[in-house]
Design a protein around this ligand. Structure first.
Ligand code: GLU
Length: 304
């Protein structure tokens, strides 16, 4: 879409402090971008779940690991007009429809024949004018869904290879008027010249929808690298309940950012146990083909 140099990015939601899993993903996104000559960008996905001051703390934490990025850091709340325009264009071209369903109605609706599990059942796809008038009269504000012309889409992922996943009539604007994550992420990546998306593999299943939308909007889908998550010893995604998981928690226990980075590097096979490394060293050693494909099970004792 543009002549700007290709970019990679890290796109956190500023809903609190970054934990070791988020930091590890950020380091990987930086490594992927820097080893492929890309610009590296940070985007704050703050359309919802934003906590006052969390964005600044997240940036400070990323900087304390040694990461650098190109300014400005984009905040999605500054881009509402752009999303509004694109949603309005999609609506004008007949690519969307209004959906009045509640979450519960969706869960309880019989699924359409052959529809993949979890797909929107299509309840509001072909409402008659009369049915629509009834819904409007009931006063429920509609969400906007894309009228998908396919049920699946294939993306290329540097770790998962060719990945085919479900595309349904997903929401692009929530019923409170907020642009949906799946829309904003696609619009922003295209606008920022992002052609390499590195993020946690919990988002792999949303990549086909996003790549489909990117294609519909005339932007090629990016190349993806969905990287393994960090889990607690029980195999559950790392969270605040798991003890010292943020740089602030760890600093309070005498663990420096350098040690956190070295530990992350070890978990990626980029440092030996007990070795202290900086980003320049791991940049030199980074080889995507050698990355561990399994989640990292983080034990608190590892820090002592
Ligand atoms: N903001 C999302 C998150 O923090 C990541 C979105 C993305 O990288 O595409 O989970």
């Amino acid at each position: 879409m543009s002549t700007q140099q290709a970019a990679g990015r890290y796109a956190p939601s500023p809903s609190g402090d970054l934990h070791v899993g988020n930091l590890r993903t950020a380091v990987l996104a930086w490594l992927f971008a820097r080893t492929t000559g890309r610009r590296f960008l940070i985007r704050m996905e703050n359309l919802d779940r934003a906590v006052e001051g969390a964005d600044a703390r997240q940036l400070a934490d990323l900087a304390s690991l040694g990461l650098d990025w190109e300014e400005p850091v984009v905040h999605q709340t500054d881009r509402r007009d752009v999303y509004r325009q694109i949603i309005s264009d999609l609506r004008a071209s007949g690519r969307t429809y209004e959906c009045y369903c509640t979450r519960r109605e969706i869960l309880e609706a019989p699924s359409a024949p052959h529809a993949p599990q979890g797909a929107y059942p299509g309840t509001c796809r072909d409402l008659t004018d009369e049915q629509r008038a009834e819904k409007i009269a009931a006063g429920r504000p509609p969400a906007i869904r894309i009228r998908a012309e396919t049920t699946e889409f294939t993306v290329t992922d540097l770790l998962h290879g060719s990945y085919t996943g479900m595309v349904d009539d997903f929401v692009i604007q929530r019923n409170d008027g907020t642009p949906a994550y799946n829309l904003a992420v696609v619009v922003d990546d295209a606008a920022q010249g992002v052609d390499q998306v590195v993020r946690g593999d919990d988002l792999l299943s949303s990549a086909p929808r996003q790549a489909y939308l990117a294609t519909l909007l005339g932007d090629g889908p990016p190349t993806y690298a969905h990287v393994p998550m960090v889990l607690n010893p029980e195999g559950v995604r790392l969270s605040k309940r798991d003890g010292a998981v943020t740089l602030a928690d760890l600093a309070a226990q005498g663990v420096s950012p350098e040690r956190v980075l070295s530990h992350i590097a070890r978990s990626l096979g980029l440092a030996a146990t007990g070795e202290t490394v900086d980003l320049a060293t791991i940049l030199d050693r980074f080889d995507p083909d050698e990355l561990p494909r399994a989640p990292w099970l983080l034990h608190q004792e590892e820090w002592s």
